[in-house]
Structures are given as structure tokens and as C-alpha cells.
Design a protein around this ligand. Sequence first.
Ligand code: NAP
Length: 253
Amino acid sequence: MDINLEGRVAVVTGASRGIGAAIAKTYVDAGAKVVITARRPEGLEKAAAEIGAPESVHAIAAHAGKAEDAERVVAETIERFGRLDVLVNNAATNPYMGPVIDAEIRAWDKTFEVNLRGPLVWTQAAYRGWMKEHGGSVINISSIDGLRPGGPLAIYGVTKSALVFLSQQLATEVGPNVRVNVLAPGLVKTDFARALWEGAGDDAKYPWPLQRLGQPTDIANAALFLASDASSWTTGAVLVVDGGGTLGGPFSS
Ligand SMILES: NC(=O)c1ccc[n+]([C@@H]2O[C@H](COP(=O)([O-])OP(=O)(O)OC[C@H]3O[C@@H](n4cnc5c(N)ncnc54)[C@H](OP(=O)(O)O)[C@@H]3O)[C@@H](O)[C@H]2O)c1
């Protein structure tokens, strides 16, 4: 099957760099028009230039945790490109490392605002503004840190775990026209995870079955599948893309 997004329109949050930028480029290459959002306009301009198809990309500065920003982006997307078929809730934050038991509530609230309330209010805006009537696909970017407790990114992990449940709950509510799925990446070479891979070298062997670091395109390819008709009978799924890192076995550290 030829997986393409011809005639489709997508909104991708956190798309000025890293995984979000790779998803936006992959969608444009597959034929979609894409609205890219992030907080800083200069990062968005750079990402739009790198995608390099000005007629297919529109950048809007917006905060991923704010309902009013989501509503503004949905309205501007429909005005600009005429529809909204795919929403990728990709932006996330991680202001705190350490045990939940010692967590500052300000860091807890901030992490939940962006990582959990954000995907809900953006999905609500897309659903009410377009998808309820016309259908669509929502893809929420979680993490393998949301699948197993005990890691150092503790509050972040709680939000990413809750995002899986939120996505599955929404999937039960918005079918049959709207699908909601989750991508759970492992360690991917972006700014977000820099502390975890910097210094390891490009040909480093990592302790999991596929032995390499993830690239943003590894996640973008999976996000293309979930956006396209190739996944038309898939909803509420959690697609782990981690080089086999959560499997355990002889490679695990
Ligand atoms: N990299 C990994 O190893 C890894 C592993 C598992 C899951 N993930 C998940 O993958 C997603 C993308 O991560 P990444 O590694 O690509 O991160 P990244 O390279 O740091 O990029 C983050 C993007 O989100 C935007 N952003 C951050 N806070 C925002 C906010 N409050 N409102 C709007 N936009 C915001 C940033 O732009 P501005 O700063 O201009 O807003 C940027 O475009 C996240 O959900 C992350 O949890 C990443």
C-alpha cells in the first residue's frame, strides 16, 4: 500500500525542532499541508525553511498548554488550508528530575499543563472545530518513560502514562470517525534528551536489540502510518518505537 497524505491537513505541536519538525517534514513529503506550532517564532521560521515547501507549511506561534491557543490554531488552519485531518500532540516539557515524593508542586503543575492538559485541549479544539463532523486522526506522543515506573524523569513519566490512558479514553468516545493513537518513543537524538546521548559518538552501540539511538525520522515514519489510511482500523493503540529497548533480555543494561 502506498502510504500518503495527499489532500490532508495536519497540525503538529512542538514542530520547530526534533521529533515534531521531522513529523512535519515527513507529512509534507507525503503530500500533506502542515501547520507547525511552537512558542518561539524564530524556531518555527527555521523549521519551515528546512522543510522547504512554502505553499505546504504555515507556522503559528502557540503555547501547547493553552486552550485559547489551540482554538486560534484550529481556526487559522481551517481558514488557511480548508480542513484539519490530523493533529499531532507532540510538544512536551520536563522541568524537574528526581523523585515524585520530593516534587515541587509548581513543577508538577507545569508538567501537567503542557504534557497532559495540552493534548486534551488541543484535541477538544480539533474535534469541535472540524473532526467531529468530518473525521480525523489524533496522535499523542508519549514516551517509554510513561510505560514503566521507576525512572528519574518521574513527574514527566506520570504525565506520559496518563497521556496513554487519556488517549485510550478519548478513542472510546470519538469513534468511529476519529481515531486516537499513541506513539511511545525510546531514546531519540534531539535537544530534549541531549544529556542522555551527548558524548556517546554517532556509531555508539546502545544496550538494546537494535543497538542504535533513535533518530527523529524513526518516530516520524510511525507517525505517518498513524496519520494515514493504512491505520484506518487502529485506534487506542500504543506504538512503541524504541529499538527494542523496553524488551529486556541479553541486551538490556
Ligand atoms: N527525545 C527523546 O528521547 C524522546 C523520548 C520519548 C518521548 N519524547 C517525546 O517526543 C516529543 C518531542 O520531543 P523532542 O525530543 O523532539 O523535543 P525537543 O527537540 O526539545 O523539541 C520540543 C519542541 O516543543 C516545543 N515546545 C516546548 N514546550 C512547548 C510549549 N509549552 N508550547 C509549545 N511548544 C513547546 C519546542 O519549541 P519552543 O521551545 O519554541 O516552544 C520544540 O519545537 C515530546 O513529547 C517528548 O516527550 C522524546
